[in-house]
Design a binder for this molecule. Structure first.
Ligand code: AMP
Length: 359
């Protein structure tokens, strides 16, 4: 594989056309790249700002072949890209991050096994494939616990809290998954995440951890700096770098952590793409997560991950977006809207970032 960067004017193909693709396309444009979005939905957020859009199903081989022939590098903004589609792309164009990275993160069990195999701590967990097995595992893992579908989950979808053994049967039925993971519930002090870029040469740029607050399992607010001791922040960045290197990842990696009350870090989840908890970097850093993403997948040198400001990023979920006139009138708030027509409860419609001098 050549290590020369793709020159400006080259085309980045992005699988998925949501807000992450949209903000990536905007950053790509600033560096002189073209963007071709692949997403079944016409007028999706990324297609509104990209030069080209293929509106086809994610498993439409003919459309994927034509897409691959029209781009210089392929990437994605969501994890659940079908593996056969990735294989089709791979035969024709570099895919960054690789299909091997996606394979690890597409399954919560595989992801946790991988993390533990490289010495990265997670909460206690076990595979579960039947109600009887669930009842057994509850004995070993302990309660309270959380039952999650092993695949295709996001924003707390496909999760059931179990507080008493008697709830196992109902939790299993409600989950509607064939393969699940039972996790010991972590009584955490806070949740933080680190977004890092890793380039073609293995160079790494890790942003400061953000502290993440959720509403109904959906990220509501990310605050930087996170209220954790400097050594915990540095450890979270080091763990992120270690995971990215072990995956030989080229692109972005977001790592979500629980910080326990005694200061230990447990990894909750990985995302090999731009992450909602990194949106603050657009306004508080010289080089945003989206620009780093573009730099990494095109083979450009990475930029700095230093921030010039502290930040609070607030998601506009569902009806929150109706406040856009007031937010737009708030001169020192940076408003980002995603171009989604239908407002639905909990839907990520935009975000607003407020910055102040770095502490
Ligand atoms: P996830 O989809 O795994 O990122 O979970 C969504 C949210 O549910 C997390 O950000 C946590 O707030 C909560 N959560 C998930 N797993 C656990 C766990 N094992 N212990 C405590 N809280 C959890």
């Amino acid at each position: 594989m050549t290590k020369a960067p793709l020159p400006p004017g080259s085309t980045i193909g992005i699988f998925g056309g949501g807000q992450l693709g949209r903000m990536t396309a905007l950053a790509a444009g600033e560096l002189g790249y073209r963007v071709h979005v692949f997403d079944p939905e016409t007028d999706c957020p990324a297609a509104q700002v990209a030069g080209r859009h293929t509106a086809a199903a994610y498993d439409d081989t003919t459309a994927i072949e034509a897409f691959a022939d029209a781009i210089d590098v392929a990437t994605f903004e969501f994890e659940n890209v079908p593996s056969a589609s990735l294989a089709t792309l791979k035969g024709r164009v570099p895919v960054r991050p690789s299909g091997a990275v996606l394979h690890v993160v597409q399954d919560r069990l595989r992801e946790k096994d991988f993390l533990n195999s490289i010495g990265v701590a997670t909460t206690a967990y076990a595979a579960v494939a039947s109600p009887a097995e669930l009842a057994e595992r509850v004995q070993t893992i302990g309660l309270p616990a959380i039952l999650k579908g092993a695949r295709m989950g996001y924003d707390g979808k496909g999760q059931r809290r179990i507080d008493a053994a008697a709830e196992c049967e109902a939790a299993w039925k409600a989950l509607k998954a064939e393969h699940a993971i039972l996790e010991a519930r972590v009584d955490f002090a806070c949740e933080i995440s680190v977004v890092a870029a890793r380039g073609l040469d293995g160079d790494l740029a890790a942003y400061a951890p953000s502290e993440n607050r959720h509403r109904d399992h959906i990220l509501k607010e990310s605050v930087v700096p996170a209220a954790v001791a400097p050594d915990i922040a540095a450890e979270a960045q080091a763990i992120t770098g270690k995971i990215a290197a072990a995956l030989d990842l080229v692109g972005l990696l977001a790592v979500e952590f629980f910080v326990t009350k005694d200061g230990a870090l447990l990894v909750n989840e990985l995302a090999p793409r731009p992450h909602n908890s990194g949106h603050w970097t657009i306004d508080a850093c010289l080089v945003s997560q989206f620009e780093q993403f573009v730099r990494a997948v095109t083979g450009l040198p990475l930029g700095t991950a230093e921030r010039h400001s502290d930040a609070v990023m607030t998601n506009l979920l569902g009806d929150d977006v109706l406040a856009w006139p007031e937010l737009a009138a708030e001169g020192d708030a940076s408003l980002h809207l995603y171009g989604k027509k239908d407002v639905r409860p909990g839907r990520k419609m935009g975000h607003v970032t407020r910055i102040k001098p770095k502490t």
